[in-house]
Design a protein around this ligand. Sequence first.
Ligand code: ATP
Length: 483
Amino acid sequence: MKHISLEHPIFETLSTAATELNVRAFIIGGFVRDKLLGRPCKDIDVVVEGSGIEMAQRVAKMLGQTKQITIFKTYGTAMLKHEDLEIEFVGARKESYRLESRKPLVEDGTLQEDQERRDFTINALAISLNPFTDEIVDPFNGLNDLENGILRTPLHPDQTYSDDPLRMMRAIRFASQLGFEIEKSSLQSIQSNKQRISIVSMERITVELNKIVESPKPSVGFKLLFDTGLLHLIFPEMVALHGVEVIKGKAHKDNFYHTLQVLDNISVNTDNLWLRWAAILHDIAKPATKRFEPEHGWTFHGHEDKGARMVPQIFKRLKLPLNEKMKYVQKLVLLHLRPIVLSKEIVTDSAVRRLLFEAGDDIDDLMTLCQADITSKNEEKVKRYLSNFEVVKVKLKEIEESDKIRNWQPPVTGLDIMETFGLNPGKEVGIIKTAIREAILDGLIPNEFEGAYEFMLKEGAKLNLIPARILQASVSSQNSENI
Ligand code: ATP
């Protein structure tokens, strides 16, 4: 039997509370698993053969922390925050499920019954607090599975997955997160039970999906989602990227596997969940924009623009946040081709200035995405792209330093334009403002007040506008002539 060392004084306190209450209590689940794997873990689950709430109250009192406890009466659970730990207390339960619902009938149970309703053998490991031992209670050989990197359900997989179909997502999440393998009959069971995912709320599914996206090599999880058929049910737009069409001997690349490659590439360089989502969605509109043009072969014109417009509906359905995170992903999808286009052409200052202006503070993330997007199998091509890419990076830095264009506002403002020509807010102000901005971005006039002001006067003249002060002067001189 494997042992585990629990140095933190909180474990003594938990043990004393269980002894005083004369109940059997155990640390169980993720904490034990992660401790054995050497992964950091700040959530401790305590299961009590009795009342979880009572035990939580006793522990809180012993620590003098009665205010840090949250009780969920309906679920019979309590949560205590202690230092940087979150300790959750729950009474041991046995559950039985009805086919049509995810809501189980819950009754008090023993530790063994509680372990049976856990999702995987590696998540059912427990350590006794009363008596306090360092031995692991492991009725389903979870320690073996942990050592061999296997995900196996404690009961028959059909029962475990059918009882709570979210466990199918969790199996794939753990496989991706820990690099574990889903045991064969379990994988088959996921395939045959996949339709039952429809009774699980999208919010719960997305929690697991995001953990897949955040895992070290997310393609592992996405390939499993695809192979089991779950991806078809939860994220069909991504499945539509799959496949290769051939016309007149010309094939396009499989955009599903390309997307996964980009996602893995970017995951080496960033933990930012939303930048990873931008990688997932960068080519999402390729199926919708795909054309075969006899002279050019396969094209996907405008996929970046259409893709950006698809982002809100995908975020909405997946219950991802509809806030600035979504806007960030949208912006990166929209701009994802721009640095690569620049790297293929002779890089002009104005093109770089424009990119800096449109990307703003997200320019570095855009460059990270773009670099991850270079997945050609032709090594020469990759080398060429990457070296051109370095030229773009240098140019970006130079222009940023000289022009300070990131988060930039033109030196002549809308207010200056209104005051100069005595205008109210309206179309003409917008026309002049845009003309000034474009002229600076194109390098036609310098990024300074004087030059921009001169330019504004000329643009105003094109619209037959006369500066208010000249108008004023001419009116007063006419008046004095009339006297
Ligand atoms: P992580 O801490 O990485 O989010 P975790 O599974 O360890 O993953 P929780 O999701 O808080 O953390 O779950 C804690 C424990 O509760 C698990 O280890 C498992 O024993 C059990 N558990 C959680 N969800 C389920 C479920 N849907 N079905 C069965 N057991 C579950």
